[in-house]
Design a protein around this ligand. Structure first.
Ligand code: AMP
Length: 150
C-alpha cells in the first residue's frame, strides 16, 4: 500500500494535540506534507438565539479577534515544538468538520488524523468532532484514541 503523502492533522490545541501529532508523525513518510489545522468556531454561533442581537455582539467581534491572536500563538508554538514550518500551520474559521472537509478537498489531502475519546451514552448520541469529520470525508480518516488522563 502506498504511503500517505498529504496529511491533515486536526488539533484542538489542548494537551491531547501532542498525542495526535505524534501519531501522525509515526505513520508519515519523511517526505510527506503534513498540514496542522485548528478551526476557530465563531462565538456568536453559541449565543445567537439565547441573547438578543445587541451591542454585546459587536464587542464579541473584538474578543474573537483577540482570541484568534492567542490561538495563533499557541498553534505556532506547538508547530515549532514538532518542527513544522509556519506555512504548514493553519487557523480556519467556521465549523470544525465543514472546514476540515473543505481544506482536505482543496489541498488533495489523502489522510486526516484526528483525536477521539471513545464516546459513550449521551456523548455518543450527540456525536463528536471525529464522527462529524468521518461522515462526509473525501479521504481516509485515522482516529487516534485519547486516553482519559489527557
Ligand atoms: P472532540 O470530539 O471535540 O473532543 O475533539 C476530538 C478531536 O477532534 C481533537 O483531538 C482534534 O483532533 C479534533 N478537534 C476538535 N476540535 C477541533 C477544532 N476546533 N479544530 C480542529 N480540530 C479539532
Amino acid at each position: 500500500m502506498a504511503t500517505y503523502q498529504k496529511i491533515l492533522v486536526a488539533v484542538d490545541l489542548s494537551n491531547e494535540s501532542e498525542v495526535v501529532l505524534n501519531q501522525a508523525r509515526l505513520i508519515a513518510d519523511e517526505e510527506a506534507e503534513i498540514h496542522v489545522v485548528y478551526v476557530q468556531e465563531p462565538m456568536d454561533n453559541v449565543y445567537v438565539g439565547i441573547v438578543p442581537q445587541s451591542a454585546a455582539f459587536s464587542s464579541l467581534g473584538d474578543l474573537e479577534s483577540q482570541l484568534g491572536d492567542e490561538l495563533k500563538q499557541k498553534l505556532l508554538k506547538l508547530g515549532a515544538e514538532f518542527g513544522f514550518s509556519d506555512d504548514c500551520l493553519h487557523i480556519l474559521h467556521g465549523s470544525p468538520a465543514t472546514e476540515i472537509h473543505r481544506f482536505a478537498k482543496e489541498h488533495d489531502i489523502q489522510l486526516v488524523v484526528i483525536g477521539t475519546h471513545g464516546q459513550k451514552g449521551l456523548q455518543l448520541l450527540l456525536g463528536s468532532t471525529a464522527n462529524a469529520v468521518l461522515h462526509g470525508a473525501c479521504c481516509d480518516v485515522l482516529s487516534v484514541r485519547i486516553s482519559a488522563d489527557h
